[in-house]
Design a protein around this ligand. Sequence first.
Ligand code: PMP
Ligand code: GLN
Length: 444
Amino acid sequence: MGILRNITSNLRIIRLSLIRNNNTIIMARRLHASRTDGVDKNVWVEFTKLAAEYKVVNLGQGFPDFSPPKFVQDAFCKAVSGGYQMHQYTRAFGHPPLVKNMAKFFSRVVGHEIDPFEDILVTVGAYQALFSTFQALVDEGDEVIIVEPFFDCYQPMVKMAGGTALYVPLRPKADGAILSSGDWVLNPEELESKITPQTKAIVINTPNNPLGKVYKTEELQMIADLCIKHDMLCISDEVYEWLTYDGSKHVKIASLPGMWERTITIGSGGKTFSATGWKVGWAIGAGHIIKHMKTIHQNTVYHCATAAQEAVAQGFEREYEVFGTPESYFKQLPAMLYHKRNKLAECLRSVGLQPIMPEGGYFMIADISSVKVDLSGESTTELYDFRFVKWLIKEKGLATIPVSAFYSPEHSKEFDKYVRFCFVKEDSTIDAAGEILKKWSEGQ
Ligand code: PMP
Ligand code: GLN
Protein backbone atom coordinates (compact mmCIF):
# COMPACT_ATOMS: atom_id res chain seq x y z
CA MET A 1 0.00 0.00 0.00
CA GLY A 2 2.84 2.36 0.99
CA ILE A 3 4.69 1.62 -2.26
CA LEU A 4 1.55 2.29 -4.25
CA ARG A 5 1.06 5.64 -2.50
CA ASN A 6 4.67 6.58 -3.30
CA ILE A 7 4.25 5.77 -6.98
CA THR A 8 1.02 7.80 -7.14
CA SER A 9 2.62 10.81 -5.49
CA ASN A 10 5.65 10.57 -7.83
CA LEU A 11 3.29 10.56 -10.80
CA ARG A 12 1.65 13.71 -9.44
CA ILE A 13 5.05 15.41 -9.23
CA ILE A 14 5.72 14.63 -12.89
CA ARG A 15 2.51 16.48 -13.71
CA LEU A 16 3.86 19.59 -11.96
CA SER A 17 6.10 21.99 -13.80
CA LEU A 18 8.30 24.96 -13.02
CA ILE A 19 6.88 28.32 -13.97
CA ARG A 20 8.33 31.79 -13.55
CA ASN A 21 6.19 34.20 -11.55
CA ASN A 22 7.57 37.71 -10.84
CA ASN A 23 11.03 36.27 -11.33
CA THR A 24 10.46 33.61 -8.70
CA ILE A 25 10.51 30.04 -9.89
CA ILE A 26 7.56 28.18 -8.40
CA MET A 27 6.16 24.69 -8.75
CA ALA A 28 2.74 24.63 -10.31
CA ARG A 29 0.37 22.06 -11.67
CA ARG A 30 0.97 21.76 -15.41
CA LEU A 31 -2.13 23.14 -17.04
CA HIS A 32 -2.16 21.30 -20.32
CA ALA A 33 -2.45 17.65 -21.32
CA SER A 34 0.54 16.07 -23.03
CA ARG A 35 -1.47 15.13 -26.12
CA THR A 36 -1.07 18.72 -27.30
CA ASP A 37 2.72 18.57 -27.07
CA GLY A 38 4.56 18.62 -30.38
CA VAL A 39 1.46 19.23 -32.50
CA ASP A 40 1.07 22.95 -31.84
CA LYS A 41 2.57 24.12 -35.15
CA ASN A 42 0.06 24.25 -38.03
CA VAL A 43 0.92 25.17 -41.58
CA TRP A 44 -2.57 26.62 -42.34
CA VAL A 45 -2.61 28.83 -39.28
CA GLU A 46 0.90 30.07 -40.01
CA PHE A 47 0.59 30.72 -43.72
CA THR A 48 -2.99 32.02 -43.74
CA LYS A 49 -1.90 34.67 -41.25
CA LEU A 50 1.17 35.58 -43.27
CA ALA A 51 -0.82 35.75 -46.53
CA ALA A 52 -3.36 38.11 -44.90
CA GLU A 53 -0.61 40.28 -43.44
CA TYR A 54 1.12 40.82 -46.81
CA LYS A 55 -2.10 41.08 -48.92
CA VAL A 56 -0.79 38.60 -51.45
CA VAL A 57 -2.01 36.93 -54.60
CA ASN A 58 -3.12 33.76 -52.87
CA LEU A 59 -2.33 30.38 -54.42
CA GLY A 60 -1.78 28.99 -50.91
CA GLN A 61 -4.70 27.62 -48.91
CA GLY A 62 -7.02 25.31 -50.85
CA PHE A 63 -10.34 27.08 -51.27
CA PRO A 64 -12.12 28.42 -54.37
CA ASP A 65 -12.04 32.20 -54.73
CA PHE A 66 -15.31 31.93 -56.69
CA SER A 67 -18.89 31.13 -55.62
CA PRO A 68 -20.45 27.69 -55.24
CA PRO A 69 -22.89 26.66 -58.01
CA LYS A 70 -26.19 28.52 -57.98
CA PHE A 71 -28.29 25.44 -57.19
CA VAL A 72 -26.61 24.90 -53.81
CA GLN A 73 -26.47 28.61 -52.99
CA ASP A 74 -30.21 28.84 -53.70
CA ALA A 75 -30.81 25.74 -51.57
CA PHE A 76 -28.89 27.30 -48.68
CA CYS A 77 -30.83 30.61 -48.98
CA LYS A 78 -34.12 28.71 -49.14
CA ALA A 79 -33.13 26.70 -46.07
CA VAL A 80 -32.25 29.71 -43.92
CA SER A 81 -35.30 31.68 -44.98
CA GLY A 82 -37.65 28.73 -44.43
CA GLY A 83 -39.25 27.48 -41.25
CA TYR A 84 -37.76 27.39 -37.76
CA GLN A 85 -36.57 23.77 -38.17
CA MET A 86 -33.62 24.75 -40.34
CA HIS A 87 -32.30 26.84 -37.46
CA GLN A 88 -32.64 24.09 -34.88
CA TYR A 89 -30.98 20.79 -34.06
CA THR A 90 -31.37 17.96 -36.50
CA ARG A 91 -30.50 14.24 -36.20
CA ALA A 92 -27.08 13.88 -34.55
CA PHE A 93 -25.50 11.61 -37.18
CA GLY A 94 -26.75 13.50 -40.22
CA HIS A 95 -29.81 15.46 -41.29
CA PRO A 96 -32.25 12.79 -42.62
CA PRO A 97 -32.69 14.29 -46.13
CA LEU A 98 -28.91 14.48 -46.47
CA VAL A 99 -28.10 10.91 -45.42
CA LYS A 100 -30.96 9.57 -47.57
CA ASN A 101 -29.77 11.47 -50.65
CA MET A 102 -26.16 10.52 -50.02
CA ALA A 103 -27.04 6.84 -49.57
CA LYS A 104 -28.94 6.86 -52.88
CA PHE A 105 -26.12 8.70 -54.64
CA PHE A 106 -23.13 6.78 -53.25
CA SER A 107 -24.76 3.30 -53.42
CA ARG A 108 -24.60 3.73 -57.19
CA VAL A 109 -20.96 4.90 -57.09
CA VAL A 110 -19.60 2.29 -54.64
CA GLY A 111 -21.67 -0.57 -56.04
CA HIS A 112 -22.87 -1.48 -52.55
CA GLU A 113 -26.25 -0.78 -50.94
CA ILE A 114 -25.55 1.97 -48.38
CA ASP A 115 -27.87 2.24 -45.40
CA PRO A 116 -28.53 5.96 -44.79
CA PHE A 117 -28.87 5.58 -41.04
CA GLU A 118 -26.23 2.92 -40.35
CA ASP A 119 -23.43 3.48 -42.85
CA ILE A 120 -23.06 7.28 -42.96
CA LEU A 121 -21.90 9.81 -40.40
CA VAL A 122 -22.19 13.49 -41.31
CA THR A 123 -19.52 15.62 -39.66
CA VAL A 124 -18.14 19.15 -39.35
CA GLY A 125 -16.09 18.96 -42.52
CA ALA A 126 -13.84 16.09 -43.53
CA TYR A 127 -11.61 17.23 -40.65
CA GLN A 128 -14.09 16.00 -38.06
CA ALA A 129 -14.78 12.81 -40.00
CA LEU A 130 -11.04 12.11 -39.79
CA PHE A 131 -10.94 13.05 -36.11
CA SER A 132 -13.89 10.77 -35.26
CA THR A 133 -12.26 7.96 -37.26
CA PHE A 134 -8.96 8.09 -35.41
CA GLN A 135 -10.58 8.60 -32.00
CA ALA A 136 -12.99 5.73 -32.50
CA LEU A 137 -10.68 3.21 -34.12
CA VAL A 138 -7.13 3.82 -32.88
CA ASP A 139 -6.14 2.64 -29.42
CA GLU A 140 -3.09 3.38 -27.26
CA GLY A 141 -0.26 1.32 -28.75
CA ASP A 142 -1.84 0.90 -32.19
CA GLU A 143 0.21 1.75 -35.25
CA VAL A 144 -1.17 3.58 -38.26
CA ILE A 145 0.61 3.68 -41.62
CA ILE A 146 0.33 6.98 -43.46
CA VAL A 147 1.28 7.32 -47.11
CA GLU A 148 3.32 10.47 -47.75
CA PRO A 149 2.84 13.19 -48.83
CA PHE A 150 -0.27 13.39 -46.63
CA PHE A 151 -2.78 16.01 -45.50
CA ASP A 152 -1.03 17.29 -42.41
CA CYS A 153 -3.73 16.67 -39.77
CA TYR A 154 -3.51 12.86 -39.99
CA GLN A 155 -0.35 12.75 -37.89
CA PRO A 156 -1.56 14.89 -34.92
CA MET A 157 -4.89 13.07 -35.00
CA VAL A 158 -3.18 9.67 -34.73
CA LYS A 159 -1.05 11.00 -31.89
CA MET A 160 -4.00 12.52 -30.04
CA ALA A 161 -5.73 9.14 -30.24
CA GLY A 162 -2.69 7.55 -28.55
CA GLY A 163 -1.45 5.75 -31.66
CA THR A 164 1.89 5.81 -33.43
CA ALA A 165 2.18 6.91 -37.05
CA LEU A 166 4.57 5.17 -39.44
CA TYR A 167 5.23 6.62 -42.86
CA VAL A 168 5.73 5.25 -46.35
CA PRO A 169 6.51 7.82 -49.06
CA LEU A 170 5.34 7.88 -52.62
CA ARG A 171 8.60 8.35 -54.49
CA PRO A 172 9.35 9.62 -57.99
CA LYS A 173 10.09 6.61 -60.25
CA ALA A 174 13.82 5.99 -60.59
CA ASP A 175 13.79 5.92 -64.41
CA GLY A 176 12.72 8.62 -66.86
CA ALA A 177 11.55 12.21 -66.46
CA ILE A 178 9.14 12.95 -63.60
CA LEU A 179 6.42 14.92 -65.31
CA SER A 180 3.19 13.71 -63.79
CA SER A 181 1.86 12.82 -60.35
CA GLY A 182 1.39 9.32 -61.80
CA ASP A 183 5.20 9.00 -61.84
CA TRP A 184 5.18 8.95 -58.02
CA VAL A 185 4.65 5.43 -56.77
CA LEU A 186 4.59 3.27 -53.66
CA ASN A 187 7.09 0.49 -53.19
CA PRO A 188 4.95 -2.53 -52.14
CA GLU A 189 7.88 -4.16 -50.26
CA GLU A 190 8.59 -0.95 -48.35
CA LEU A 191 4.90 -0.66 -47.47
CA GLU A 192 4.63 -4.26 -46.28
CA SER A 193 7.85 -3.93 -44.26
CA LYS A 194 6.13 -1.32 -42.05
CA ILE A 195 3.29 -3.65 -41.07
CA THR A 196 3.51 -5.21 -37.60
CA PRO A 197 0.95 -7.04 -35.44
CA GLN A 198 0.15 -3.58 -33.95
CA THR A 199 -0.78 -2.05 -37.31
CA LYS A 200 -4.45 -1.07 -37.15
CA ALA A 201 -4.92 0.94 -40.29
CA ILE A 202 -3.43 2.48 -43.39
CA VAL A 203 -4.36 6.01 -44.50
CA ILE A 204 -4.46 6.94 -48.17
CA ASN A 205 -5.61 10.08 -49.95
CA THR A 206 -6.76 9.89 -53.56
CA PRO A 207 -6.71 12.27 -55.42
CA ASN A 208 -3.81 13.31 -53.25
CA ASN A 209 -3.18 16.65 -51.61
CA PRO A 210 -0.60 18.09 -52.44
CA LEU A 211 0.72 15.87 -55.26
CA GLY A 212 -2.46 15.30 -57.28
CA LYS A 213 -1.85 11.57 -57.63
CA VAL A 214 -4.93 9.52 -58.51
CA TYR A 215 -4.31 5.92 -57.48
CA LYS A 216 -4.80 3.38 -60.24
CA THR A 217 -6.90 0.27 -59.60
CA GLU A 218 -3.74 -1.93 -59.48
CA GLU A 219 -2.20 0.33 -56.82
CA LEU A 220 -5.39 0.24 -54.75
CA GLN A 221 -5.61 -3.54 -55.20
CA MET A 222 -2.07 -3.91 -53.81
CA ILE A 223 -3.10 -1.87 -50.74
CA ALA A 224 -6.38 -3.78 -50.43
CA ASP A 225 -4.54 -7.13 -50.56
CA LEU A 226 -2.29 -6.01 -47.69
CA CYS A 227 -5.29 -4.78 -45.67
CA ILE A 228 -7.01 -8.13 -46.07
CA LYS A 229 -3.84 -10.21 -45.51
CA HIS A 230 -2.91 -8.32 -42.31
CA ASP A 231 -6.45 -7.62 -41.12
CA MET A 232 -6.07 -3.83 -41.28
CA LEU A 233 -8.57 -1.02 -41.78
CA CYS A 234 -8.21 1.42 -44.66
CA ILE A 235 -8.97 5.09 -44.09
CA SER A 236 -9.44 6.57 -47.54
CA ASP A 237 -9.60 10.36 -47.77
CA GLU A 238 -11.41 11.11 -51.03
CA VAL A 239 -12.38 14.76 -50.60
CA TYR A 240 -11.27 15.54 -54.19
CA GLU A 241 -13.07 12.52 -55.68
CA TRP A 242 -14.72 14.40 -58.58
CA LEU A 243 -11.59 16.24 -59.66
CA THR A 244 -9.62 14.13 -62.14
CA TYR A 245 -8.00 15.12 -65.42
CA ASP A 246 -6.58 13.65 -68.64
CA GLY A 247 -8.72 10.52 -68.43
CA SER A 248 -7.59 9.55 -64.91
CA LYS A 249 -10.37 7.78 -63.07
CA HIS A 250 -11.04 7.98 -59.37
CA VAL A 251 -11.60 4.49 -57.95
CA LYS A 252 -13.00 3.96 -54.47
CA ILE A 253 -10.96 1.38 -52.58
CA ALA A 254 -14.20 0.51 -50.73
CA SER A 255 -15.55 -0.82 -54.02
CA LEU A 256 -12.83 -3.49 -54.35
CA PRO A 257 -13.73 -7.04 -53.27
CA GLY A 258 -13.53 -7.52 -49.49
CA MET A 259 -12.90 -3.83 -48.80
CA TRP A 260 -16.35 -2.44 -47.96
CA GLU A 261 -16.18 -4.16 -44.56
CA ARG A 262 -12.85 -2.55 -43.65
CA THR A 263 -12.80 0.87 -45.34
CA ILE A 264 -13.84 4.25 -44.01
CA THR A 265 -14.27 6.67 -46.90
CA ILE A 266 -13.98 10.34 -46.01
CA GLY A 267 -15.66 13.08 -48.08
CA SER A 268 -16.21 16.83 -47.99
CA GLY A 269 -19.23 18.90 -49.02
CA GLY A 270 -16.82 21.86 -49.03
CA LYS A 271 -14.73 20.34 -51.82
CA THR A 272 -17.66 18.68 -53.58
CA PHE A 273 -19.73 21.86 -53.94
CA SER A 274 -16.99 24.53 -53.70
CA ALA A 275 -18.22 25.71 -50.30
CA THR A 276 -15.40 25.01 -47.86
CA GLY A 277 -16.82 27.39 -45.24
CA TRP A 278 -20.00 25.34 -44.81
CA LYS A 279 -17.99 22.63 -43.07
CA VAL A 280 -20.14 19.68 -44.01
CA GLY A 281 -18.20 16.43 -44.31
CA TRP A 282 -18.85 12.73 -43.92
CA ALA A 283 -17.56 9.25 -43.34
CA ILE A 284 -19.08 6.30 -45.15
CA GLY A 285 -18.46 2.69 -44.21
CA ALA A 286 -19.94 -0.48 -42.79
CA GLY A 287 -22.36 0.20 -39.94
CA HIS A 288 -20.35 -1.93 -37.48
CA ILE A 289 -17.41 0.52 -37.88
CA ILE A 290 -19.40 3.75 -38.23
CA LYS A 291 -21.27 3.06 -34.98
CA HIS A 292 -18.07 3.62 -32.96
CA MET A 293 -17.46 6.89 -34.78
CA LYS A 294 -21.00 7.94 -33.93
CA THR A 295 -20.11 7.47 -30.26
CA ILE A 296 -17.24 9.96 -30.56
CA HIS A 297 -19.37 12.34 -32.61
CA GLN A 298 -22.39 12.39 -30.28
CA ASN A 299 -20.12 13.19 -27.36
CA THR A 300 -18.11 15.92 -29.07
CA VAL A 301 -19.91 18.11 -31.63
CA TYR A 302 -23.27 16.26 -31.86
CA HIS A 303 -24.01 17.57 -35.37
CA CYS A 304 -23.11 20.25 -37.87
CA ALA A 305 -25.22 23.21 -39.08
CA THR A 306 -28.69 22.06 -40.18
CA ALA A 307 -29.13 24.57 -43.03
CA ALA A 308 -25.75 23.70 -44.53
CA GLN A 309 -26.67 20.00 -44.42
CA GLU A 310 -29.99 20.78 -46.09
CA ALA A 311 -28.20 22.64 -48.92
CA VAL A 312 -25.77 19.74 -49.45
CA ALA A 313 -28.76 17.35 -49.43
CA GLN A 314 -30.34 19.36 -52.26
CA GLY A 315 -27.00 19.34 -54.07
CA PHE A 316 -26.84 15.54 -54.02
CA GLU A 317 -30.49 15.25 -55.07
CA ARG A 318 -29.77 17.36 -58.13
CA GLU A 319 -26.52 15.57 -58.92
CA TYR A 320 -28.29 12.20 -58.73
CA GLU A 321 -30.69 13.35 -61.44
CA VAL A 322 -28.03 14.74 -63.80
CA PHE A 323 -25.27 12.22 -63.00
CA GLY A 324 -22.98 11.55 -65.95
CA THR A 325 -24.51 14.33 -68.09
CA PRO A 326 -22.80 17.60 -69.09
CA GLU A 327 -25.06 19.41 -66.60
CA SER A 328 -23.52 17.63 -63.65
CA TYR A 329 -21.38 19.88 -61.44
CA PHE A 330 -19.17 16.83 -60.94
CA LYS A 331 -18.34 17.11 -64.63
CA GLN A 332 -18.36 20.90 -64.91
CA LEU A 333 -16.01 21.59 -62.01
CA PRO A 334 -13.19 19.28 -63.25
CA ALA A 335 -13.66 20.62 -66.80
CA MET A 336 -13.18 24.16 -65.46
CA LEU A 337 -10.23 23.14 -63.28
CA TYR A 338 -8.55 21.32 -66.16
CA HIS A 339 -8.10 24.68 -67.91
CA LYS A 340 -6.95 26.39 -64.74
CA ARG A 341 -4.44 23.60 -64.11
CA ASN A 342 -3.03 24.00 -67.63
CA LYS A 343 -2.95 27.78 -67.33
CA LEU A 344 -0.99 27.58 -64.09
CA ALA A 345 1.41 24.96 -65.52
CA GLU A 346 2.04 27.27 -68.48
CA CYS A 347 2.81 30.20 -66.13
CA LEU A 348 5.27 28.08 -64.18
CA ARG A 349 6.99 26.69 -67.26
CA SER A 350 7.32 30.14 -68.81
CA VAL A 351 9.56 31.17 -65.91
CA GLY A 352 11.57 27.96 -65.96
CA LEU A 353 9.79 26.06 -63.17
CA GLN A 354 9.02 22.42 -63.82
CA PRO A 355 5.58 21.49 -62.45
CA ILE A 356 4.54 17.92 -61.68
CA MET A 357 1.27 17.69 -63.62
CA PRO A 358 -1.47 16.58 -61.19
CA GLU A 359 -3.88 13.88 -62.38
CA GLY A 360 -6.44 15.15 -59.89
CA GLY A 361 -7.29 17.55 -57.06
CA TYR A 362 -6.77 21.28 -56.55
CA PHE A 363 -3.00 21.49 -56.39
CA MET A 364 0.21 21.38 -58.37
CA ILE A 365 3.71 21.03 -56.96
CA ALA A 366 6.86 22.38 -58.60
CA ASP A 367 10.56 21.87 -57.99
CA ILE A 368 12.19 25.11 -56.84
CA SER A 369 15.76 23.84 -56.53
CA SER A 370 16.87 25.67 -59.68
CA VAL A 371 15.56 29.06 -58.49
CA LYS A 372 18.29 31.29 -57.12
CA VAL A 373 17.14 33.42 -54.19
CA ASP A 374 18.86 34.99 -51.23
CA LEU A 375 17.15 33.53 -48.18
CA SER A 376 19.64 34.88 -45.67
CA GLY A 377 16.86 37.01 -44.10
CA GLU A 378 14.85 33.89 -43.16
CA SER A 379 15.39 31.70 -40.12
CA THR A 380 18.08 29.09 -40.76
CA THR A 381 16.38 26.58 -38.45
CA GLU A 382 13.57 26.07 -40.96
CA LEU A 383 13.52 23.77 -43.95
CA TYR A 384 14.38 25.28 -47.33
CA ASP A 385 10.81 25.31 -48.71
CA PHE A 386 9.43 27.08 -45.60
CA ARG A 387 12.07 29.77 -45.95
CA PHE A 388 11.43 30.05 -49.70
CA VAL A 389 7.65 30.37 -49.30
CA LYS A 390 8.02 33.05 -46.60
CA TRP A 391 10.42 34.97 -48.81
CA LEU A 392 8.04 34.71 -51.78
CA ILE A 393 5.15 36.08 -49.69
CA LYS A 394 7.14 38.95 -48.23
CA GLU A 395 9.25 39.95 -51.25
CA LYS A 396 7.01 39.09 -54.20
CA GLY A 397 3.49 39.08 -52.77
CA LEU A 398 2.68 35.52 -53.86
CA ALA A 399 1.43 32.88 -51.41
CA THR A 400 2.09 29.16 -51.90
CA ILE A 401 2.54 26.28 -49.43
CA PRO A 402 5.79 24.43 -48.57
CA VAL A 403 5.51 20.75 -49.53
CA SER A 404 7.64 19.43 -46.65
CA ALA A 405 4.62 20.29 -44.42
CA PHE A 406 3.02 17.16 -45.93
CA TYR A 407 5.84 14.89 -44.76
CA SER A 408 6.84 13.32 -41.48
CA PRO A 409 9.87 14.75 -39.65
CA GLU A 410 11.90 11.73 -40.81
CA HIS A 411 11.27 12.41 -44.51
CA SER A 412 10.60 16.17 -44.68
CA LYS A 413 14.26 17.07 -45.43
CA GLU A 414 14.18 14.76 -48.45
CA PHE A 415 11.23 16.67 -49.93
CA ASP A 416 11.93 20.31 -49.05
CA LYS A 417 12.62 21.53 -52.60
CA TYR A 418 9.00 21.70 -53.76
CA VAL A 419 6.23 24.22 -53.27
CA ARG A 420 2.47 23.72 -53.76
CA PHE A 421 0.34 26.03 -55.91
CA CYS A 422 -3.46 25.96 -55.65
CA PHE A 423 -5.39 26.39 -58.91
CA VAL A 424 -9.02 26.40 -57.73
CA LYS A 425 -8.89 30.15 -58.33
CA GLU A 426 -10.36 32.72 -60.70
CA ASP A 427 -8.39 33.00 -63.95
CA SER A 428 -7.58 36.59 -62.95
CA THR A 429 -5.89 35.30 -59.76
CA ILE A 430 -3.80 32.81 -61.74
CA ASP A 431 -2.94 35.56 -64.25
CA ALA A 432 -1.89 37.87 -61.40
CA ALA A 433 0.37 35.12 -60.04
CA GLY A 434 1.76 34.61 -63.55
CA GLU A 435 2.53 38.35 -63.79
CA ILE A 436 4.44 38.25 -60.50
CA LEU A 437 6.50 35.27 -61.67
CA LYS A 438 7.15 36.87 -65.08
CA LYS A 439 8.34 40.17 -63.62
CA TRP A 440 10.54 38.29 -61.19
CA SER A 441 12.10 36.17 -63.93
CA GLU A 442 12.77 39.35 -65.94
CA GLY A 443 14.60 40.78 -62.97
CA GLN A 444 12.07 43.53 -62.16
N1 PMP B 1 -8.61 15.97 -46.44
C1 PMP B 1 -7.88 16.60 -47.38
C2 PMP B 1 -6.99 15.80 -48.25
C3 PMP B 1 -7.96 17.99 -47.52
O1 PMP B 1 -7.22 18.60 -48.45
C4 PMP B 1 -8.81 18.71 -46.67
C5 PMP B 1 -8.87 20.21 -46.77
N2 PMP B 1 -9.92 20.53 -47.54
C6 PMP B 1 -9.57 18.01 -45.71
C7 PMP B 1 -9.43 16.64 -45.62
C8 PMP B 1 -10.51 18.73 -44.79
O2 PMP B 1 -11.70 19.02 -45.46
P1 PMP B 1 -12.88 19.92 -44.85
O3 PMP B 1 -12.61 21.32 -45.29
O4 PMP B 1 -14.14 19.35 -45.42
O5 PMP B 1 -12.82 19.76 -43.36
N1 GLN C 1 -7.32 21.55 -47.22
C1 GLN C 1 -6.87 22.88 -47.45
C2 GLN C 1 -5.55 22.85 -48.22
O1 GLN C 1 -4.93 21.84 -48.36
C3 GLN C 1 -6.65 23.73 -46.23
C4 GLN C 1 -7.19 23.30 -44.93
C5 GLN C 1 -6.99 24.36 -43.90
O2 GLN C 1 -6.83 25.52 -44.22
N2 GLN C 1 -6.97 23.98 -42.68
O3 GLN C 1 -5.15 23.89 -48.66
